[in-house]
Every structure is written in C-alpha cells, then in structure tokens.
Design a protein around this ligand. Structure first.
Ligand SMILES: Nc1ncnc2c1ncn2[C@@H]1O[C@H](COP(=O)(O)OP(=O)(O)OP(=O)(O)O)[C@@H](O)[C@H]1O
Ligand SMILES: [Mg+2]
Length: 267
C-alpha cells in the first residue's frame, strides 16, 4: 500500500524547554529513503518520535495519507508504521527468534498464536539481517551490533509500510553498515517508505533519496536532494565547525569530513 507520512508545520518542545524545532515540514513516502542528519542534540530522535506519534507536537500535525495520525487506532498505526528507537535495553530473557516473532503482534488475532506464515516471515527477516545463526541465542547475551540487527529483524517482521529507524547502524561494523543500508534501499524499491537517522553522512549521501538536516536550536535548516543539503556551507552552519565536502572517487557521491583546527590553519 502506498503511504505518505508527513510532519505538517510541526513544532515541538519538551516540558520547560525551548522549541527543539518550529514549523517543521518533513515527509516519508513509499519507495523513498529519507535520511535525517545533524549534530548531537539537534532533534533527530525527537523528530522521529513526533513522526511515529510517540510525542505530540504543540503546533502542527502529523498526517498519514492526509489523515491525522492521531485518528488511527494503535493497531492501525502498528500495521502502518514501525519505529526502531536509538537505544533499547532488554529487560527480560528471550531467544533471538522470540524477539523477532514479537514483531508479528499486530498481525495476530486475540489469543491466537503464531501461524506458519508468521514463522516464515520471521525466518525471512532473520535472513535479511544476517542473524540466522543467532536464532537460538539469548538476546541478552548478544553484542551491541548483533542486538541492533536482531531488533531491525523484529520490526521488519511487523511488515509495516513505513519504517522509522533511529541510528540503526550505529553499532555495526563496516560490512554490516553497508549491508543494512543496501537492505533499506531494497525495501524502498519494494515499496517501503523509510526514514533513517544517521551520523554517517557518507552513507546518507550514497543511500538516501532525500535528506533533512537539523541544527541545535535551529530545527530543520535544509532538506532536499543529498547534494543540495550536504554542502560545506550548510554543514559548517549545522555542526558549528568547519566541514569539508569532496566527491567520492568511486561512487561520485559527496564525501564529507570534519576539518581539524591544524588543517584549517594550513589552508
Ligand atoms: N525527554 C527529554 N526531556 C527534555 N529534553 C530532552 C528530552 N529528550 C531530548 N531532549 C533534548 O532535546 C534536544 C534534542 O534531543 P534529541 O534526542 O532529539 O537529539 P538528537 O539529534 O537525536 O541527538 P543525538 O545525535 O545525540 O542522538 C536535546 O537538547 C536534548 O537534550
Ligand atoms: Mg538521537
């Protein structure tokens, strides 16, 4: 099903705090990967939580297919959207397969157990995230990167239309980072709408269709195609530090690095 999730002029502030962002418009469409980037504390996780309905904006709205997200039941929302938080602390012991099967809950009837189809979907998600070999392990005993891939498998098992992922590759090695971003691209090609928060600007440039750039205290300062957002001027403003951009010699995508003070003086 084709979906469009939009923040429409959304303003959000935590209690007693300044606005994290004001009048933000951002959207996630079926078939597209939207990257959300910016420095620590700029509001990326907050924006994702507003988009999935966990936080309510003080002004503006979040719309799903042009209807207010708040008008959908929690089950309808769980079938449409899945959210992977930045940090997940396990509180009880479950096997990896059980954690992945938890993602099936919006598809199970009351008091109904897993059907063969649910197990099949869980197996496919283990395969897609290269976690098949972990199937019998206790989730608590996994490494940080292994946990991150299993949690991604679990929300994929939810089979939503839109995925909202907060730093899904932050604990992954270089191979698995690229594998997960490539998986996100494949999912988008198959009709998923994806919003992904990442600090890896090179991967954002290479794998995302559009980017939203936030800056602390300023909210969204740019959005659009990666090459229009990842400019030295916008990034230097966002990070309040000199950022350089070149062209990747192989992919042609923007290649980004932060200049050290010594490098800056040499220029
Ligand atoms: N529950 C909360 N109560 C009060 N302030 C909060 C809360 N959560 C976040 N903030 C503040 O809101 C701002 C945005 O935080 P947010 O977590 O959205 O940033 P972020 O861009 O995701 O940062 P990071 O890259 O470090 O994950 C920060 O100043 C943060 O301190
Ligand atoms: Mg965050």
């Amino acid at each position: 099903m084709t979906r469009c999730l939009e923040a429409d002029s959304a303003t959000f502030a935590y209690e007693d705090g300044l606005d994290v962002f004001t009048n933000v418009c951002a959207s996630v469409h079926s078939g597209h990967v939207t990257g959300i980037v910016g420095p620590n504390g700029s509001g990326k996780s907050t924006l994702l939580r507003v988009l999935c309905g966990l936080l309510k904006p003080q002004a503006g709205h979040v719309m799903l297919d042009r209807k207010r997200l708040s008008s959908f039941s929690s089950l309808e929302r769980a079938r449409a959207l899945a959210f992977l938080p930045q940090a997940v602390v396990p509180i009880f012991s479950l096997s990896v397969f059980e954690v992945v099967c938890l993602g099936r809950y919006p598809h199970l009837g009351p008091l109904r157990g897993l059907r063969p189809h649910d197990r099949h979907v869980a197996e496919r998600c283990l395969h897609d995230t290269e976690t098949v070999s972990l199937r019998q392990r206790d989730f608590m005993t996994l490494s940080g990167g292994e946990r991150q891939r299993v949690l991604l498998a679990s929300i994929l098992a939810q089979e939503p239309d839109v995925l909202l992922l907060d730093e899904p590759t932050s604990a992954l090695d270089i191979h698995h980072q690229v594998e997960i971003f490539a998986l996100l691209r494949r999912l988008a090609r198959n009709g998923y709408g994806i919003a992904v928060v990442t600090h890896d600007l090179d991967h954002a440039a290479h794998f995302c269709d559009t980017l939203v750039l936030l800056a602390p205290g300023k909210g969204v300062i740019a959005s659009g195609l990666p090459e229009t957002v990842l400019t030295e001027s916008l990034l230097t403003t966002a990070y309040a530090a000199p950022i350089r951009v070149a062209e990747h010699p192989v992919t042609g995508a923007p290649l980004i690095w932060a200049e050290t003070p010594e490098e800056g003086n040499e220029c």
